[in-house]
Design a protein around this ligand. Structure first.
Ligand SMILES: NC(=O)c1ccc[n+]([C@@H]2O[C@H](COP(=O)([O-])OP(=O)(O)OC[C@H]3O[C@@H](n4cnc5c(N)ncnc54)[C@H](O)[C@@H]3O)[C@@H](O)[C@H]2O)c1
Length: 350
């Protein structure tokens, strides 16, 4: 039996870098007539011609509400009403949108007719650099993020430069946090090039998309279904990031960037990260245009958000990812009390 993680190298090499959205069907070997296109409604006007090439197309509104069970059920009903008659083993779900659309459509593809072929066409830089790769799909339950999901990697991920370029400046900033995260976790020659690159914004993201994605996939391959804990290092910055996202309503990307600042300072203050390595990590974050911006939430709220997080390892404890150096991480079970204390020390809690 071929397991999907044996195919990650293939999946990585099936990242196709395209200069036109119109190439998606041919380069991903997708017959649009046998596909269900699930796309972010914000793309409707700008990419009307490309979207219209898919006869079975469904616009959705992006965001965390889309990733709810209610909206999933409503989508299934919408599909039933459309009475599509597509052969399950030949059909493809094409997900065109940011991370929320990808998580939703990926989950749908993984369970519809017991699993159909999936192609991701990320339309945000964050999705292109991170969420479209590695096979995690997700729905939220009762407002708690990513409580239901599957491991279901896309057959092909189409990285389309004009589509990504069409997203706004906020989306560029969102992706910088995830780029910094993978650079800090993975290290290596490409990170030196990133630290000294004179490129900025979209040009920088496009240039470093490939090494960033390859670095993520190398980690995923060691622990595709997160059974050994090795894949958890990708959660650097996410423990506090998810808390900040939940309590401030800020975007996933900017919350992860702030969560990464929290993790760097926590790593430094506990003696895991040397002053020199801390300075280098902070310089990298600054080079990508990121700056710490702590705002104090009620300690009680932080505690509640940490308790709801799925990274909780046992009662009252979470698995926290510390940085020990560029390219070196450590997984440690930390009590929620200790995290709240650290949040107070850093100005994130009152
Ligand atoms: N599965 C994973 O491994 C993984 C990893 C990281 C994040 N995520 C998930 O991804 C989501 C965050 O991703 P995101 O920031 O891409 O979210 P998103 O899908 O909510 O998109 C952010 C915003 O950008 C808009 N947008 C998308 N493409 C656009 C375009 N080309 N032009 C203009 N506007 C555009 C959307 O309408 C939305 O308003 C979260 O739900 C997070 O949990 C999943």
């Amino acid at each position: 039996m071929v397991r999907w993680w044996d195919q990650i190298e293939t999946v990585a090499s099936q990242n196709v870098y395209l200069s036109k959205l119109a190439q998606v069907s041919s380069r991903s070997r997708t017959n649009p007539k046998l596909a269900i296109l699930i796309y972010d409604s914000v793309l409707e006007k700008k990419f009307a011609a490309e979207i219209a090439t898919f006869p079975h197309r469904f616009a959705v509104h992006s965001g965390e509400k889309l990733k709810s069970i209610e909206s999933f059920a409503a989508f299934c009903e919408r599909l039933n009403k459309a009475s599509l008659d597509l052969p399950a083993r030949q059909m493809t779900v094409v997900a065109m949108g940011g991370g929320s659309v990808g998580d939703f459509a990926g989950f749908f593809a993984s369970v519809y007719k017991r699993g159909v072929r999936l192609v991701h066409v990320p339309s945000t830089w964050l999705a292109a650099i991170d969420s479209a790769h590695g096979g995690k799909t997700a729905l939220n339950v009762a407002g708690v993020k990513n409580q239901i999901g599957t491991f279901y990697p896309a057959d092909t991920v189409c990285l389309v430069k004009p589509l990504l370029d069409s997203s706004g400046d906020d989306r560029v900033v969102d992706a910088m946090g995830e780029l910094a995260k993978i650079a800090l976790i993975a290290g290596g020659a490409w990170v030196h090039r990133l630290e000294t690159s004179r490129l900025e914004g979209r040009a920088l993201l496009w240039k470093f998309l490939k090494p960033a994605v390859d670095s993520k996939l190398r980690i995923v391959q060691k622990d595709p279904n997160e059974l050994k804990g090795l894949r958890q290092v990708l959660n650097l910055g996410h423990t506090m990031g998810h808390v900040i996202e939940a309590l401030s309503g800020s975007s996933h990307g900017s919350a992860v960037a702030q969560g990464t600042f929290f993790a760097l300072e926590y790593s430094r203050s506990t003696g895991r990260l040397s002053a020199a390595a801390f300075d280098r990590a902070m310089a990298l974050m600054g080079h990508l245009g990121l700056a710490p911006a702590p705002r104090a939430f009620a300690s009680k709220k932080i505690r509640e958000a940490l308790l709801a997080d799925k990274k909780r390892s046992s009662v009252g404890r979470v698995t926290f990812i510390f940085l020990k150096g560029i390219g070196r991480t450590e997984r440690v079970e930390v009590s929620i009390d200790a995290l709240v204390l650290e949040a107070r020390r850093q100005g994130w809690a009152r």
